[in-house]
Each structure stands twice: as C-alpha cells, then as structure tokens.
Design a protein around this ligand. Structure first.
Ligand code: ADP
Ligand code: MG
Length: 242
C-alpha cells in the first residue's frame, strides 16, 4: 500500500508539472522544427551531405521530445472531460482498424471477442481509447514479429457492477519483480521507451473509478481493465461538466 501511495504521489506531481509546462515546451519545439526544415532545404541545395545528416538527427530527436511532451499532456488531467454512456464494444470497434494496422506491421494477428450483453458504461470515450491503444501497443511490441493479440470483453460474478476488458498477448512476458514496477512512471525496458504509457493508462482508468491488473507468464501477458457501469464512488461524476 505504501508503495502504491508513493507511486500515486509521484504521478500526481509529474502530472502537475506536465500540465504547467508541456504547452510551453511544445511551442518553441514547433518553431525549432520549422527553422530546421528551412535550414535543411538551403543545405541540400549546396549539397552539404554531413550537415544535412546532422540536421536529420536533430529532427529525429526533436520528434522524440515532441512524443514525450505529448505523453506528458496525457498524464496530466484533461480540463474538459466529456462523459457519455456508451457500450465498450463500440469503443473497441472504433479502435480496431488502428490496432489492426499496427499489428499488421509486426505480423501479429488480432482477435476480438465481443460480449454483446454487457451494459453501457459512462466514460470519456477519447480517454478510454487512449488506454486500449497504449495497452495494445505494448502487447504488440512485446511480441516482436509474430503472435496473437486477443481483446476480450467479459464480466465476473465476484466483481459486481464492473465490466472487464482483457488485452492479452503471446509475447515475452514480464518477470514477477518487473511486474511490480511496470506502472511506475518512467519505468521502461525499451531503448526508445518513455515508460509513461502504463502510467497514463492507470491515471485515466482510476479517474473513471476503475482499475488495471496485470498477469504474466513467460508465454505472455494479460492486462485487464475493470470499469464500473454504475457510478458509485468513481469520482468521474463529481467533475465540473457532468
Ligand atoms: P514504454 O512502452 O514506453 O516502455 P509503458 O509504461 O507502456 O512504457 O510500459 C512499461 C514497461 O512495461 C515496458 O517497457 C515493458 O517492459 C513492460 N510491458 C508493458 N506491457 C507489456 C507487455 N504486454 N508485455 C511485456 N512487457 C510489457
Ligand atoms: Mg508503452
């Protein structure tokens, strides 16, 4: 529990800093990128190969900073929360083309097990899409170059008032000591990773009164997102613009 409090404090602090600075960083970034492009143009005219290459590297690194700032913005709470009553199936259906596209690049098969009988949930659709997109991306990245991503909707008798969505992969799995840390902000095992994806997922799902669980074996990992369909102490209903 202490660990959880420490983690959520850290997340809150990062979120606050993020909210205050992300936009301020993004504006100069856009300007830098624009002038770099101009510079690149004028250099290629004079065929300065090395300088052109350097600028290419700068642009690539700028892109990374830009991605990081985007994730920072997702980590901070959105000012406008747009709640609506919607079936989880229609959210997943909207996302499937994007997930399938990403999966195809890695020769990953996507299986979707829709559960038509689930009651609608009251959520911010765009935010929830971000959650399933992040989890699917992680799943695909864990499989390298073949495997199956299964998205499954279900209910469990002992979790009243909740629906569950499993994002299951046949990837490399996560060792038990790592599994404890995957939700920590900035924890990553990827050379180009930010370690913010799961923190963002957790922030969003907690705000909706839900939770995320992870189970892993060497043969693969399942992340389960639990979402309430009746809003009791969810927190989301107390927002300004409900
Ligand atoms: P990032 O993807 O930028 O590394 P995340 O917060 O999304 O950041 O994930 C943190 C870490 O958790 C990953 O670097 C990876 O080690 C681990 N992880 C997350 N999802 C999976 C998965 N489906 N299979 C294996 N490892 C995973
Ligand atoms: Mg990720």
């Amino acid at each position: 529990l202490e660990e959880q409090i420490r983690r959520s404090d850290r997340l809150k602090t990062i979120g606050q800093i993020a909210a205050g600075t992300a936009h301020e960083i993004r504006n100069p970034l856009t300007a830098i990128k624009g002038f770099m492009q101009l510079l690149q143009k004028s250099l290629t005219d004079k065929s300065m190969a090395k300088e052109t290459e350097f600028i290419g590297i700068v642009m690539m690194e700028l892109e990374r900073v830009n991605d990081l700032v985007s994730e920072f913005l997702l980590l901070s709470k959105p000012k406008k929360v747009k709640l609506q009553s919607i079936r989880i199936g229609s959210i997943i259906q909207e996302l499937l083309p994007m997930i399938r596209g990403e999966a195809m690049l890695h020769d990953v098969i996507v299986q979707y097990e829709e559960e038509e009988s689930l009651p609608p949930i009251v959520v911010d659709k765009e935010q929830l899409k971000q959650v399933f997109l992040n989890l699917s991306k992680n799943a695909i990245e864990a499989m390298g170059n073949e495997g199956t991503l299964t998205i499954r909707e279900r209910r469990r008798a002992d979790r009243h008032g909740h629906i569950a969505v499993d994002i299951q992969d046949t990837g490399t799995g996560i060792s038990p000591d790592m599994l404890e840390r995957v939700f920590d902000p900035f924890f990553t095992t990827k050379p180009q990773g930010t370690g913010l994806g799961l923190s963002i997922c957790q922030r969003i799902v907690h705000d909706m009164g839900g939770s995320i669980e992870a189970e892993s074996e060497p043969s693969g990992t399942t992340f389960t997102v639990w979402l309430p369909f009746s809003h009791g102490s969810g927190g989301a209903v107390s927002r300004d613009d409900v």
